[in-house]
Write a new protein. Structure first.
Length: 173
């Protein structure tokens, strides 16, 4: 299997592709988080870079790490950690997109005023009136109650994926 893997992968290509991937993910986080984009589309980015986030790539880097030392050993350690982390994220990308999109699309109503779900956190922090804070808090919790089943499914899948990689669970990573 090694000759095939060596033909498919190189450490420098992996590093280069990860740099491009990270740039696109950061941009997507910014656009979605700033409300400049209504729908999270991390799935498209992960699909474009699917060759990075599979067991074969992780195994290739693990094996490569056994052949290096010093500064390169340290750099490859970070590379392995990044690949494992994003391998996990790749497994939950659809659920992540769904939750983020639901957050952007959700609104809360407090005393006849409608505001975006994410803005409600700011309103909660800035509200001096105890009663109004409670209203905002309860309105946000109604949205969170709708998000929680998807978040729970996402975390369950992350634990399963960690076990598939040989870890006891997500926390062990």
């Amino acid at each position: 299997m090694w000759p095939v893997l060596r033909a498919m992968f190189s450490i420098e290509r992996i590093r280069s592709d990860l740099e491009e991937f990270t740039s696109l993910v950061d941009e997507e986080h910014y656009l979605n988080g700033a409300g400049l984009k209504d729908k999270a589309e991390f799935t498209k980015i992960y699909e474009k870079f699917g060759h990075l986030f599979n067991k074969e790539t992780i195994d290739f880097v693990r094996e490569y790490s056994k052949t290096v030392e010093g500064e390169e050993e340290r750099r490859v350690g970070y590379l392995k950690a990044f690949l494992v982390g994003d391998y996990m994220q790749n497994k939950v990308k659809e659920l992540s997109d769904k939750v983020l999109t639901m957050e952007v699309e959700s609104t809360v109503e407090v005393e006849g005023r409608t505001m975006p779900f994410r803005q409600a956190a700011v309103a909660l922090a800035n509200e001096s009136d105890h009663y109004k804070r409670g209203e905002i808090f309860r309105a946000r919790n109604r949205v969170i109650d709708r998000l929680n089943p998807f978040l729970e499914e996402r975390f369950q899948l992350m634990h399963e994926t960690a076990r598939d990689l040989g870890y006891a669970g997500y926390v062990e990573l």
